[in-house]
Design a protein. Structure first.
Length: 132
């Protein structure tokens, strides 16, 4: 399926939908998680090449506060996250890893990125955040 608004963008890199959800703690995952679902217009033939990054403005001041990204480690993918320095346009410290590696399906439309909500500044009292 081709996006008629962006015919010059490779379809496997063209985002069709984005979903965000806050997942409460469970018996298995004991912390609140923030999960991003990214659906493409076309399946990714090689997910290690078609990676996504999410930039978050948690305090809604117009500046990026955190970056969440998918990164390759061998034949598996992992979700990494870090605070962002808006002045330098780079990381404000070392990246953390969610602690799990996952095999990424070949030829999939969907990518999921999940991080501990508190690690990116999302607390139970915060109701909205900007992402790009």
């Amino acid at each position: 399926t081709e996006d008629p608004d962006e015919v010059d963008v490779a379809r496997e890199l063209d985002v069709r939908w984005v979903g965000v959800r806050l997942e409460p703690p469970t018996e298995v995952v004991t912390t609140t998680m923030l999960s991003f679902g990214l659906a493409r217009h076309e399946r990714a033939a090689n997910p290690q090449v078609t990676r996504f990054e999410v930039y978050m403005d948690v305090d809604r001041d117009g500046a990026i506060d955190h970056r969440v990204r998918e990164a390759a480690r061998g034949d598996r993918m992992e979700t990494r996250f870090a605070a962002w320095d808006a002045e330098t346009g780079g990381l404000a410290g070392p990246e953390a890893i969610t602690g799990t590696l996952h095999a990424t399906d070949l030829h999939t439309h969907l990518t999921m990125l999940s991080v501990p909500a508190a690690a990116v500044g999302i607390t139970g009292t915060r109701r909205s955040t900007s992402m790009c």
